[in-house]
Design a protein around this ligand. Sequence first.
Ligand SMILES: NC(=O)c1ccc[n+]([C@@H]2O[C@H](COP(=O)([O-])OP(=O)(O)OC[C@H]3O[C@@H](n4cnc5c(N)ncnc54)[C@H](O)[C@@H]3O)[C@@H](O)[C@H]2O)c1
Length: 269
Amino acid sequence: MGKLDGKVAFITGAARGQGRAHAITMAGEGADIAALDICHNLTYPRYSLATPDDLSETVRLVEALGRGVLPIEADVRSSGDMEGAVARTIARFGHIDILVCNAGIADMALTWDITEEWWDIMLDVNVKGVWLAIKYTVPHMIARNTGGRILITSSVAGMRGEPGMAHYSASKWAVVGLAKSLAQELAPYSITVNTLHPTAVNTDIIRGMAKAASMQTEDLIDFIHTGHALPVKLIEAQDVASAALWLASDDARYVTGHTLKVDAGRMLK
Ligand SMILES: NC(=O)c1ccc[n+]([C@@H]2O[C@H](COP(=O)([O-])OP(=O)(O)OC[C@H]3O[C@@H](n4cnc5c(N)ncnc54)[C@H](O)[C@@H]3O)[C@@H](O)[C@H]2O)c1
C-alpha cells in the first residue's frame, strides 16, 4: 500500500529537476500526476528552461510506475493557462488532493543591476505563478471537503538574504507570507499549507545561475558548500522530494504553516 493511494498530485515545473522527482516519488506512493511545465524559454532567466522532451521523460517515468499522468504545457504566470490546467486535471482525474507549487526561476545580479524586466519576470513566475495555481485549485479542494495538501517550494533564500540574488530572495520570502496566510484560511477545511526550503540542489538552476554570474559551476558550488554544516556540496532533488512526500502524506496531517528546511545545516550558520 502506498502513502498516497487514490490521491492526485498537481505539480508545476514537473518536466525536470525537483518537479520530476516529486512526480516520480508521489507516483511511487500511488498518486496520479498532473505534470505541468512551460516547456519553452522565456526572455529571462539567462538559461534554458525545460523542453517538451523533458516533460515526455517525466511522463514515461510516471507511467513506468503504473500511475496515470496528464502532461500540461502551460505558463504559471498566465491566469488562463492555470485555470485551464486545473480544469483539465479535474476532467481527467476528478479531483486534486495535493498541489505542489514548484516551478521557479533563479538568476544572479547585484540589486542595482537587476533590470525592471528581470524583476518583473522573477516575481511573476516565483510569486504570481504560485498564487494562480492556488487560486484555481483551492475551490475544488474546498468543494470536495476531504482536506488537501499545498506545498510551495521556497528556498533558504526565503529565510535569509542572498547577496547577488535580491529579486530571487524577495520572491522566496514572499511565498512564505502567502503560505502562512493561506494556512490560516484553509485550516478549517483540513487543508495544510507548507513551504519547503532547500539549499542548493543538483539541478539545471545551479548551472544556469553560474552562467548568469559568469562563474564556473564548480566555483559556485564550492562557494555554496562553505555554508553547509553537513559534509555535502549539493543536495539531490530526491532529498527534497522525500521531505515533500512526508508533508503530502497523512503522516503530516497536523503540520501546517511550517517552513521545512532541507538545507544541510546552512541556516545554522
Ligand atoms: N536548485 C536549487 O539549488 C534550488 C534551491 C532552492 C530552491 N529551488 C527552487 O526549487 C524549484 C525547482 O527548481 P529546480 O531546482 O528543479 O530547477 P529547474 O530549473 O530544473 O526546474 C524548474 C522548472 O520550472 C519550470 N518553469 C520555469 N518557469 C515556468 C513557468 N513560467 N511556467 C511553468 N513552468 C516553469 C522550468 O521549465 C523547469 O522545468 C524552484 O522553485 C527553485 O527556485 C531550487
